[in-house]
Design a protein around this ligand. Structure first.
Ligand code: DQA
Length: 138
């Protein structure tokens, strides 16, 4: 299976930013461990801090891949444009969050994109991504 992980703004700073919330591993290291864990699947990783670039990536991969694991980060709570992009593409998208957004500030409780996603996984640290992949590969 071909699976694309897409990370949104500030997730390039994993391992540096707010470690008590997001942990101390950077995503590149974690991504290597995912590739070792799922050798029979083709995993790709993309990160951008820019809303339009995230949308371009969804358009690029959203018609022929098997699944997308999307952590839209703060855009989750604001972006109708990303929600529309998810609705426009064919590949199923799973929304993931490292932290349990429902335990945090109220503005993080609302997801603009969740209704257009297959499901939502939040609160399991970086393991949220593995759980999403496990679902996609069945
Ligand atoms: C996050 C949660 C968002 O509210 C926040 O803006 C992020 C990361 C998470 O993975 O827990 O940047 O998506």
């Amino acid at each position: 299976m071909k699976i694309q992980i897409i990370n949104g703004p500030n997730l390039n700073l994993l391992g540096v930013r707010e470690k008590s919330i997001y942990g101390d591993s950077d995503f590149a290291t974690y991504f290597e461990s995912l590739k070792v864990r799922f050798p029979e699947h083709e995993l790709s990783y993309y990160q951008s801090n820019k809303e339009g670039e995230l949308i371009d990536k969804l358009h690029e991969v959203g018609f022929d891949l098997d699944g997308i694991v999307l952590n839209a980060a703060a855009y989750t709570h604001t972006s109708i444009a990303i929600a529309d992009a998810i609705a426009a593409i064919k590949t199923p998208v799973i929304e993931v969050h490292i932290s349990n957004v429902h335990k945090r500030e109220e503005f993080r409780h609302k997801s603009m994109i969740a209704a257009n996603c297959k499901g939502v996984i939040a609160g399991f640290g970086l393991d949220s991504y593995r759980l999403a992949i496990e679902h996609l590969i069945g």
